[in-house]
Ligand binder design. Structure first.
Ligand SMILES: C[S@@+](CC[C@H](N)C(=O)[O-])C[C@H]1O[C@@H](n2cnc3c(N)ncnc32)[C@H](O)[C@@H]1O
Length: 191
């Protein structure tokens, strides 16, 4: 388990580690499930180099804030967004522990969390914090690997969440939709 997200992730970003790109299939799912932003606020938790935040802004029209605990990732994302008005903004923040009032908006219509949830140490507490900054009528989009989609001897099996962790993720919402993105699962969670 990762005790200090910043200490774990910062060196990975600093040495050039990068993660899965958004392909056409994923872009299609985002359009289908999140819909047009029309300037509504979206929060991308664990935004990395800003790829998803940028997509939500450029293709769906959300006003996006990306937060990440790794300063090197936020620096990459900020540079890519080039600081122009109305572009996504990015800030260094550990969503699991930092003061949520540091976020620029009190609530978000869409909260995304792509390839991050697996690494969260206290998942129930993390989800409580997500609920605190989700606007009424809003939705949460989580993309994750599932452990049971890989063979027992696959070294990448540990990248996926277990059935019990899936249960924690999907409990307590009024509506849950899941869709497959090849070996990944995408969840839409509504309060
Ligand atoms: C596997 S990377 C995925 C990055 C990005 N979401 C993507 O899809 O390319 C996981 C990211 O989550 C960030 N992260 C992990 N735990 C975090 C936390 N508690 N608060 C904020 N960011 C976190 C890491 O710094 C890292 O950038």
């Amino acid at each position: 388990m990762i005790d200090s997200p910043r200490a774990y992730w910062e060196p990975l970003w600093a040495v050039g580690r990068r993660y899965r790109q958004i392909n056409d299939a994923e872009a299609g799912l985002l359009t289908e499930h999140l819909g047009a932003g029309r300037g509504r606020p979206a929060l991308d938790i664990g935004s990395g180099d800003g790829m998803l935040a940028q997509h939500l802004h450029d293709h769906l029209g959300y006003q996006v804030t990306g937060i990440d605990c790794a300063p090197s990732a936020v620096s990459l994302a900020t540079t890519a967004a080039d600081g122009a008005d109305g572009r996504p903004c990015f800030q260094v923040m550990d969503f699991a522990t930092d003061d949520l009032s540091l976020l620029p908006a009190p609530a978000y219509a869409v909260i995304t969390c792509r390839l991050v949830y697996r690494f969260v140490a206290d998942k129930p507490a993390f989800l409580d914090r997500v609920r605190r900054v989700l606007a009424p009528g809003g939705m949460v989009w989580v993309v994750t690997e599932l452990a049971d989609r890989r063979a027992a001897d696959d070294p990448l099996k540990a990248l996926g969440i277990t059935a019990a962790e899936t249960e924690v993720l999907t409990s307590g919402w009024s509506r849950v939709t899941s869709v497959d993105l090849d070996h990944l699962a995408c969840y839409v969670l509504r309060p």
